[in-house]
Ligand binder design. Structure first.
Ligand SMILES: NC(=O)c1ccc[n+]([C@@H]2O[C@H](COP(=O)([O-])OP(=O)(O)OC[C@H]3O[C@@H](n4cnc5c(N)ncnc54)[C@H](O)[C@@H]3O)[C@@H](O)[C@H]2O)c1
Length: 239
């Protein structure tokens, strides 16, 4: 697999289940990964809510590589709570990481991507397409990510070569995020079974499956795809 050969790809949330799988897939397809997260053990520390961090990281990439070919905004958090139970501080925290973080990433990576054309992949969610009573702030943040992506795509389409931007909309994917949501339920094991039971393909998704889709959208094979919300949801939003 050489679909991403010589492409330089910055990934946020690379310490997480999906970001980590994307990093492995990009490497496997011949790309150069710049893995970022809050934690150590990655290439660059980057708090996506910090404008200064984005300025530092993009300046460093510019100095070292002179360009960027792809950005994957995979940092994100989910906090359980309906509109009655979500306090304002929680709302703001979720918006800050999921939506402000994606905005800042698109904004600061854009000038580097514009140099030779490039691709942005934002991690939205099925909850960017349909609502959920129990994840009010998360749903709102992901709806924002999906529409922000369309705006970035329309702007990027004006450049030759273009900067493409697409959203991936996964249903429940195995990893810490689903574990945390399930841990909030009275019976976590039952909650996991219910998540899978809601999905027509009757299972949770795998981070590697999201990573394959992400790599495709980053690659030149997806040259005519921009501004799309691409569900990867085992059929959840088909009904
Ligand atoms: N797991 C799912 O079921 C699922 C479903 C739909 C969408 N998504 C989205 O996919 C993305 C990745 O999810 P995941 O399953 O890998 O989650 P995860 O919890 O495994 O990883 C998320 C990563 O984001 C990082 N992060 C949190 N706040 C940050 C900040 N301020 N700056 C930088 N990094 C920060 C964490 O350190 C963590 O490594 C998220 O945006 C999530 O909303 C996940």
């Amino acid at each position: 697999m050489t679909g991403l050969r010589d492409k330089i790809i910055l990934i946020t949330g690379a310490g997480g289940a999906i970001g980590g799988a994307v990093a492995a897939e990009v490497k496997a397809q011949g790309g150069t990964v710049i893995a970022s997260d809050l934690k150590s053990g990655i290439d660059m520390t980057l708090d996506v809510t910090s404008e200064q961090d984005w300025q530092r990281v993009t300046a460093e990439i510019m100095r070292k590589h002179g360009r960027l070919d792809g950005l994957v905004n995979a940092a994100g958090i989910a906090v359980v709570g309906n509109i009655e139970k979500t306090d304002f501080a929680t709302w703001r925290r979720v918006m800050s990481i999921n939506l402000d973080g994606t905005f800042l990433g698109c904004k600061y990576a854009f000038p580097l991507l514009r140099k030779q054309g490039g691709a942005i992949v934002n991690l939205s969610s099925v909850l960017g397409l349909v609502g959920s009573a129990g994840l009010a702030a998360y749903s709102a943040s992901k709806g924002g990510v999906s529409l922000l992506t369309k705006s970035v795509a329309l702007n990027g389409a004006r450049y030759k070569p273009p900067v493409r931007a697409n959203s991936i909309c996964p249903a429940f994917i195995d990893g810490a995020m689903v574990d945390d949501i399930a841990a909030n339920a009275r019976d976590p094991q039952k909650a996991r079974e219910n998540f899978a039971g809601d999905i027509p393909l009757a299972r949770l998704g795998k981070p590697e499956e999201v990573a394959s889709l992400c790599a495709y959208l980053l690659s030149d094979a997806a040259a005519f795809i921009t501004g799309a919300d691409v569900p990867i949801d085992g059929g959840l939003t088909a009904r």
